[in-house]
Design a protein around this ligand. Structure first.
Ligand code: FES
Length: 150
């Protein structure tokens, strides 16, 4: 699904041959920021690492999904170094709500994008345990589209 040209919260989406492209006069004001661990260790390191579990594939699929949906300017995907969840990688964390996902594969990305990054609903089956900051919340604001530019 691509979003049609229109106004996002902090910018103007203008028409292009490939669909909506965000053009903003301001610093990017992201609605969500996603970090994907691609840390690499030696194959014999007992801690393991997300690189050898497919971290780059997860990151690339995420970037591709965001681009295909015309969302790259409002949801940013970035590499991360070790996020200290190595045994449960590939580790992905979504801000601003700080939702941690573990054992993420590239095939999980469409669900994360659709449900969480766009819809605001946590993908419970991938949630890492021990996240008291969430206080049991499984829903967050959906992506804002159509809001007026100030
Ligand atoms: S290597 Fe990915 S969380 Fe440590």
């Amino acid at each position: 699904m691509r979003y049609p040209p229109g106004r996002f919260k902090d910018g103007l989406v203008t028409a292009s041959p490939r669909g909506g492209v965000l053009r903003s006069r301001w610093m990017p004001s992201l609605q969500r920021h996603v970090f994907v661990c691609i840390n690499e260790r030696a194959p014999d390191n007992p801690k393991g690492c997300c690189m050898l579990k497919g971290g780059v594939d997860v990151r690339d699929r995420l970037k591709a999904e965001l681009s295909a949906r015309g969302l790259s300017k409002v949801i940013r995907a970035n590499n991360a170094g070790c996020l200290d969840q190595c045994e449960r990688g590939v580790t992905v964390v979504v801000y601003p709500e700080q939702v941690w996902y573990g054992r993420v594969t590239a095939d999980d990305i469409p669900e994360i994008v659709e449900k969480h990054l766009i819809g605001g609903e946590v993908v419970a089956r991938l949630l890492l345990p021990d996240q008291p900051h969430l206080a049991g919340r499984t829903r967050f604001p959906a992506l804002e589209i159509g809001a007026a530019v100030k």
